[in-house]
Design a protein around this ligand. Structure first.
Ligand code: HEM
Length: 505
């Protein structure tokens, strides 16, 4: 039967023949209203586009497998980690951030690294980037920041002035901006970069004990970046470079892999950590919090249909599963709200029923109805709780441990919960400075040249003010970094000194 030719039908399944010639009054006459097939074709075509993601619109995705290689059950009871050798199906979507759906893959930008693990306790989404930190540490700033990465309302072009204006006025971005300006801002496709959960999350074990955790995915292909010129050229040669590279490698059986690792911090350690452990602009130094092996992630299946699986995929930091939970990271808290909200708009209220988003295990809710309800809608079972008819139970073993905000063991971390920005948490310079000092001479040369190239685009009446303010940040991170950028921009010592003086005043 498989090889039998299929009959062409309407969307309602009625076979038909006239697929190219519309029904007309005689061969040369006007068209008839009754040609329903013509209406169906034109009307469906007009509805092919859905809103693109407000950020991370350009992306590529593939299915794969996470295999557990090490036991971390002392930290977490999450079933995905409960056995060495255990395999869980995953979907991973990579992306750039600022460009539209048709933009080039090799833009200087962070890369998204969004994972959906189809675990037996529900889908766990880890929606990370290829960088361990981010530009801001408060979700209230997100919309403003993203506006600076998108098109100018007047010129409809991207603007170096806007970007550097924002970054120079928001020095907490410096760590991420330095990474972005290094060659890690232009990775060679998606296979040669690391992924990070970035936020601090929590793990909860079978004894209800909590530790703080960061997730890392180290590329087994090795890090490979484009230098600036190569990335720029590739935008013209093949704007879909990363998409093509991913599909090809999986099609030819060269399955990309990442080694999954975690960093763990106890609640005690968190109280004395030099920085706020929930600040997304900071890393946890690996010398103090070493990487712990967890497993191996492999991508081994291209989706058959891009729109069905990649475009309609919906990831949400809100989606955690038993044994993995949130933390007081303000950015994470903001993201818990933002993603499902965006997806209800982008895909509709029943978006979790779309195949790529659907949990392959039992989903038992009392939610019913709504547009595009495409499962059985609960059939004739009760749509309210509690009731005397069904056998659905709220299983007490999934009860979450409470986090008492007034608990003395937590007080030094969260007592300032309702504060906006605790004093002493504005060290935006030590970690970018450390990163710069870690770079090889070649990495430093490329990074400075990228910064100089990018900052050279700043123009308009506020040019000097923006350049000087940003220079102060580079100087504060490291004197040699500031000097190199200033030299590259052709700025004299005299101008620099007066700019620093103004800044210090
Ligand atoms: C408060 C800060 C943030 C807000 C409000 C925010 C909001 C959003 C929204 C609305 C989307 C589109 C979702 C969709 O339509 O499916 C998105 C996509 C994405 N965001 Fe964020 N974001 C924030 C910070 C971050 C951070 C810190 C990371 C990484 C560590 C990140 C990584 C991603 C990724 C990878 C995607 C694309 C997911 C996919 O492939 O579908 N975002 N973000």
């Amino acid at each position: 039967m498989e090889n039998q030719p299929k009959k062409l039908t309407t969307a309602s399944g009625s076979p038909y023949f006239e697929n190219e010639d519309s029904m007309s009054v005689g061969p040369r006459g006007p068209l008839l209203l009754q040609d329903y097939i013509l209406h169906e074709k034109m009307a469906h075509f007009n509805r092919e586009r859905i809103p693109e993601r407000i950020v991370h619109a350009k992306g590529s995705g593939a299915f794969g497998t996470l295999t557990i290689t090490h036991d971390i059950s002392n930290y977490t009871r999450a079933k995905i980690f409960n056995e060495i050798g255990k395999q869980t199906r995953v979907f991973l979507r990579f992306s750039t951030v600022g460009g539209e759906k048709g933009s080039a893959d090799t833009e200087r930008d962070p890369r998204g690294f969004a994972l959906k693990f189809y675990t037996e306790d529900g889908n766990w989404d880890l929606v990370g980037n290829n960088t361990p930190v981010f530009f801001i540490k408060d979700p209230k700033k997100f919309g403003d920041f993203i506006h600076t990465q998108k098109r100018d309302p007047y010129t409809n072009c991207k603007s170096a002035t806007t970007m550097w204006d924002y970054w120079s006025l928001n020095p907490e971005s410096l760590h991420q901006v330095l990474i972005l300006m290094s060659d890690r801002g232009t990775p060679d496709g998606y296979r040669h970069m690391n992924g990070y959960g970035s936020h601090t999350f929590s793990l909860i074990n079978a004894d209800n004990e909590r530790v703080w955790v960061k997730f890392h995915f180290k590329t087994a292909q090795g890090i490979k970046n484009f230098v600036n010129d190569e990335a720029v050229k590739m935008k013209g040669l093949d704007p879909d470079y990363a998409q093509r590279d991913l599909v090809k490698s999986i099609d030819t059986g060269d399955f990309p892999r990442w080694n999954m690792k975690i960093q763990v911090m106890t609640e005690e350690e968190a109280k004395t950590f030099k920085w706020n452990p929930f600040d997304l602009t900071k890393v946890w130094p690996q010398a103090e919090f070493p990487l712990i092996d967890v497993g191996s992630l492999e991508l081994n299946q291209n989706p058959d249909n891009y729109f069905a699986d990649v475009e309609q995929s919906a990831f949400a930091p809100a989606h955690v599963v038993d044994g993995i939970s949130y933390s007081p990271d303000k950015m994470l808290q903001g993201r818990i709200l933002s993603y499902p909200d965006a997806q209800r708009y982008r895909l509709g209220g029943n978006y979790e029923q779309i195949l790529v988003n659907r949990c392959p295990y039992a989903v038992t809710t009392y939610q019913r109805d709504g547009q595009m309800r495409v499962d059985g809608n609960g059939g004739r079972t009760p749509n309210y709780f509690p009731n005397s008819f069904d056998t659905i139970i709220a299983d007490e073993s999934y009860k979450q441990p409470t986090q008492d905000l007034n608990d003395s063991s937590q007080s030094s971390l969260v007592a300032g919960w309702y504060d906006r920005n605790a004093p002493g948490e504005n060290d935006h310079y030590t970690q970018p400075g450390n990163l710069w000092r870690l770079m090889t001479p070649e990495q430093r040369i490329n990074t400075v040249s990228n910064i100089v190239g990018a900052m050279s685009g700043i123009d308009g009446p506020k040019r000097d003010q923006i350049v000087n303010l940003q220079l102060c940040h580079w100087f504060r991170a490291d004197l040699s970094l500031g000097m190199a950028v200033a030299q590259g921009l052709g700025i004299s010592m005299e101008t620099m000194n007066s700019a620093m003086g103004v800044q210090h005043a």
